[in-house]
Design a protein around this ligand. Sequence first.
Ligand code: FE2
Ligand code: FE2
Length: 263
Amino acid sequence: MDRRKFLNSMSAATAATIAGAATLSEKADALEDAMSAGLAKKRRMKPPGLCNVDGGPEVIPGDTRPWLQHDEPLLPKMPEKPTLIDFFKLRFEPADHILQSAKLAMDNGEDEKVILACLLHDICAFRLINTDHGYWCAQLLEPYVEEEIRWAIEKHQALRFFEDLSVGYEYPEAYINYFGKDYKIEPYLEKEHREAKNHKWYMTSRKITINDLYSFEEGVEVDVDEFTDIIGRGFKQPKDGLGFDSSRSAHMWRSFIWPNNFL
Ligand SMILES: [Fe+2]
Ligand SMILES: [Fe+2]
């Protein structure tokens, strides 16, 4: 920001401090301090999340102060060796959608595999990435869940768009509202659906979409602690903590922990 713009935008208190400085040099220092404080605040106010559309902190020519790295002041600090439940409580919240989905699967009498798949099916959409989220979630989870769960989560991306009336799954009304009646499904999703339909794990993935569809319920509060045992049996928690176990997706977990690491 240039000085003129800064002077126009500064608060009355800041202006009074600068005006009260005795000498021209002190006034310049006071102005410089106020600009620095403003810049620091601006850096720290960037919205947490990997997909910052403005591409990182503002670069000021000649500015040598350190960029914001590691802990994001707007987010709670994570433990040194974070568990999946820590991520639910400190990064995914509010995670009503996935918690309600898992609870619905539980109430519907689904087996643990399906309940865990429902609990995890959208986790990357919470402060990481929305686009192609089924594939991102599957990659994020691949080292920690059995292959059937990984596969089911990946394929739910495509199956959501295709009805299966034999098990009561209709094309979501919400999608008509979002995309319109004439929305044309991408060919890659049609191909994925065709292939998934004939796969031995088709129904595991389909059940994610069945429990997904009706899980947006106002006022239904579900605590992740209700799933502690299921997570304990089905999720391989690394002893070094998620993000620090050198797995193929450790960097993705670290991106949740430190979403604004500049380099
Ligand atoms: Fe999803
Ligand atoms: Fe979902």
